[in-house]
Design a protein around this ligand. Structure first.
Ligand code: FMN
Length: 207
């Protein structure tokens, strides 16, 4: 006996972080695109990316990227993500994207009002405004109806303001406000709910 009902949702976007992925186009310019299918295991990162995207074409060719995480606490960064919505760096739109109202845009950094900054290891630039920027190298691309891209994070950049006091290599979750997407809409995190048993494991134990 349960209170569930069976439903048939078209999407299962139940709430994940928004990332801005920067990659390098064939002509050397930068592409920037929002994605929310992202998670991390150690320094391995998994991204779910549509087959028709410019981002995937660039990843296949260059095997490198920067994953920039915008802050929900800065309205300008949330606005930047929204400006990038319904755009693609790909010159040819898939029928699905054309029907959904997407349009081609070449200068995504300019469109978003974000500043590209040279990365240390990869050719794709990071965005100055995002508090977290992860340089990464592609390890594998698994294709189904989307591509599951697995990448290794090779360099972590953060704004000093989100670091934990006394722990220069840690991010303080009370200072870091990730932007989340749930069913195509923007949300932020609420405050901490209660003490966590998992958090009794020292972060260094994961190194
Ligand atoms: C907040 C947000 C989250 C998105 N998440 C994803 C995602 O997880 N996977 C995906 O394939 N597309 C996602 N999209 C759509 C892509 O941004 C879209 O396919 C875009 O055209 C990709 O740009 P590109 O073709 O220049 O790479 C998302 C869009 C927004 C605005």
């Amino acid at each position: 006996m349960s209170d569930h009902v069976t439903i048939d949702p078209a999407i299962l976007y139940l709430g994940t972080p928004v990332v801005l992925v920067s990659t390098t186009n064939e002509d050397g310019s930068a592409n920037l695109a929002p994605f929310s299918s992202a998670f991390w295991l150690g320094h391995t990162m998994a991204l779910g990316i549509g087959l028709a995207s410019q981002t995937l074409a660039n990843l296949r060719r260059t095997r490198e990227l920067v994953v920039n995480l915008p802050s929900a606490a800065d309205p300008a960064q949330v606005d930047a993500v929204d400006r990038l919505a319904l755009t693609t760096g790909a010159e040819r739109l898939s029928p699905w994207k054309a029907a959904a109202g997407y349009r081609h845009h070449r200068d995504k950094f300019g469109l978003a009002g974000l500043t590209p900054v040279a990365s240390d290891v990869v050719t794709a630039p990071r965005t100055a405004q995002c508090p977290v920027a992860l340089e990464a190298c592609v390890e594998s691309v698994h294709e189904t109806d989307h591509a599951l891209v697995v990448a290794q994070v090779v360099r972590v950049h953060v704004h000093p303001g989100i670091r934990a006091v006394g722990h220069p290599d840690r991010i303080d979750p009370d200072r870091w406000r990730p932007l989340l997407m749930s069913f195509q809409r923007f949300y932020g995190l609420g405050g901490e709910l209660r003490p966590s048993r998992l958090a009794t494991v020292d972060e260094e134990h994961y190194r």
